[in-house]
Design a protein around this ligand. Structure first.
Ligand code: UDP
Length: 316
């Protein structure tokens, strides 16, 4: 079995590469390394079933040989990243998805789209079920990501309906774990980094907005189960344990044992007030639910970030 993983050198993509290699697949990882990092896949480079191609998938994708699954994970995904790369984000969500679908169609392979809870925008219902259509501001700064992913879902369903392509759509909620970039600007890396180096923890707004954090191994196992299923509609994968960002900052600070203050900064535009996955569909169809609690996941991630901070300061 042979999988093509776009964005395979990113945080989630690289964990996916690991899982597919572990399951005995041959894996071709495509990444232009805009937000991915070769260090995420360096341990795989000498593996006989793994290969890496440095490529922007917004350009035509040319792969020789048979393919059994295309998993499209390429995209900047943290808010500061997609604000920094708005055009690339739109292109990889639109043109990149089109190319990845075209590849799957040409090879007669399965296709799995990495979609997002951002499709729900700033939601009026919580938790969010897959049947909720969302509340997205198309022209706001986050629109570049949200609308690209909504387009990606629409074109994936069109390929399914019109070309009979065997497609899957996973709506990924906030995920964390080793290999997140120290400086990717998301809440968890920011808070851990700040607590580790003794800087104030920056909470945006009043910190009452909520998120639900899923540990990476849970997410990846859910995605594999989805690929093995026959479900073509979108499926939420995330951890329904909801927490306010202020409480989250306090937990991180306590874990690190840092006495740094929490400071409040302006809330970015269109920042969702609440986000929590309704995972009944994943429970029912995939017999999946997360196993790693926040306490346990944070501890593992903390160890990873502590090592990162140490090696960065050794290099400085
Ligand atoms: N956030 C924060 N301080 C930071 C970074 C983020 O308070 O230093 C907030 C952000 O405004 C949002 C939440 O934490 O309400 C989660 O942000 P993140 O960037 O992790 O991802 P999002 O869920 O918004 O895509």
């Amino acid at each position: 079995m042979r999988a093509i993983i776009t964005g395979g050198a990113g945080f989630l993509g690289s964990h996916l590469c690991d899982l597919f290699i572990e399951k005995g697949w041959e894996v071709v990882c495509l990444d232009n390394l805009v937000t991915g990092a070769d260090s995420n896949i360096s341990h795989l480079l000498s593996h006989p079933r793994f290969s890496f191609v440095k490529q922007d998938v917004s350009q035509y994708i040319d792969i020789a040989g048979s393919v059994d699954a295309v998993l499209h994970f390429a995209s900047p995904a943290s808010p500061p990243d997609y604000l920094k790369f708005p055009i690339q984000t739109l292109k990889v969500g639109a043109l990149g998805t089109h190319n990845a679908l075209g590849l799957a169609k040409a090879k007669g392979s399965k296709f799995l789209l990495a979609s997002t809870s951002e499709c729900y925008g700033d939601p009026e219902v919580s938790p969010q079920p897959e049947t909720y259509w969302g509340r997205v501001n198309p022209i706001g700064p986050r629109g570049v990501y949200d609308e690209a992913k909504r387009f990606a879902e629409a074109i994936t369903m069109a390929y399914h309906r019109y070309h009979n392509l065997d497609t899957r759509i996973v709506r990924i909620f906030n995920t964390y774990g080793p290999r997140m970039r120290l400086n990717d600007g998301r809440a968890l890396p920011n808070f851990l980094y700040q607590a580790l180096v003794g800087e104030p923890i920056t909470v945006f707004g009043d910190g009452k907005q909520t998120r639900s954090f899923c540990y990476v191994s849970d997410l990846i196992s859910g995605i594999y189960k989805l690929l093995e299923s026959n479900e073509h509609g979108p499926v939420n994968i995330g951890n329904p344990e909801e927490i306010s960002i202020l409480e989250f900052a306090n937990r991180v600070r306590a874990l690190v044992g840092a006495s740094v203050p929490i400071v409040f900064r302006p809330l970015p535009q269109d920042d969702p007030k609440q986000r929590c996955p309704d995972i009944s569909k994943a429970r029912r169809l995939l017999n999946w639910e997360p196993k790693v609690g926040l306490e346990q996941g944070l501890r593992i991630t903390y160890d990873f970030f502590r090592e990162q901070v140490r090696s960065t300061s050794r290099m400085a």
